[in-house]
Design a protein around this ligand. Sequence first.
Ligand code: NAP
Length: 276
Amino acid sequence: MPAPTRHPTLARAFGGKWALVTGASAGLGEQIALDLAASGANLVLTARRADRLEALADDIHSQYSVETRVIPADLSLPETPQQLYDATEAAGLPIDILINNAGFGFLGKFQTGTPEWDRQMVTVNCAAVVHLTHLFLPRMIERRRGFIMMLASAASFQPIPYMSTYAATKAFDRFLGEALDAEVRQYGIRVSSLCPGPTESEFGQVAGMNSSAFRRVQPAQPVVRCGLLDLAGGKPTSYPPGSGAFFFFLERFLPRTLVTRVLERGLRSAIPNRPE
Ligand SMILES: NC(=O)c1ccc[n+]([C@@H]2O[C@H](COP(=O)([O-])OP(=O)(O)OC[C@H]3O[C@@H](n4cnc5c(N)ncnc54)[C@H](OP(=O)(O)O)[C@@H]3O)[C@@H](O)[C@H]2O)c1
């Protein structure tokens, strides 16, 4: 992962604060952790792969003068958000920045996926996000400061055939984030939903995408930098490079059924051939 440099706006907003980054063991979460560390934020890093989190913490300590804590945890388990909250409270770490990043997808015909995979996707991408936000937001309101990032997606703007559950979870995240931002601005808290298009990470591999379906990807660094600047600047929705913001604008003038059917045609040839 390339080391980000300190940005003055990010340092002013985030420096000296504690951030909880979910899904910090890879991809966008790892890059977000590095960029926050470069801004002087202290970090609680969580994901399932403890070795990856420890390696990231070592990397951060070798480059930046910030504190880190590593808490390996599985967000597909319903008790995990409470355990994460209890661990930060017990350690006396005031979390002022909550990065709801952990998530994954699936590319393929709905019937070739499994109910268990989809259940875990909905739990990690949506239920855990709601639960963590419920736990950490009240303390932010008490302190009259805080930042919450929702990792939504370019997939949150329309239904996506062959990624139907995933796109629905991301629409959920964006709507939750945008509504919450309007609610909690009055307390000095900012909520921003980052909507990347295809971005370098392990996402494609986990979702079972072949390379042709995921050929043009953005590097994670500019995507993350844009998301953090928009979070610091109080933008409810963040459109990073490669997100296709212009198409989302155009789509407003087209019937959604038409857009969805066109997408279905485009994606049909890209889906993996799995037994039905
Ligand atoms: N890459 C893209 O093109 C793209 C585009 C738009 C939005 N996004 C969103 O960006 C977020 C990050 O994805 P990414 O692209 O960075 O993918 P990634 O490289 O696969 O990273 C996903 C992260 O989520 C964590 N995670 C997955 N399942 C988990 C679980 N059950 N419990 C705890 N942590 C879990 C993974 O850690 P462990 O496996 O170690 O648990 C990993 O750190 C996701 O919400 C995704 O929807 C990605």
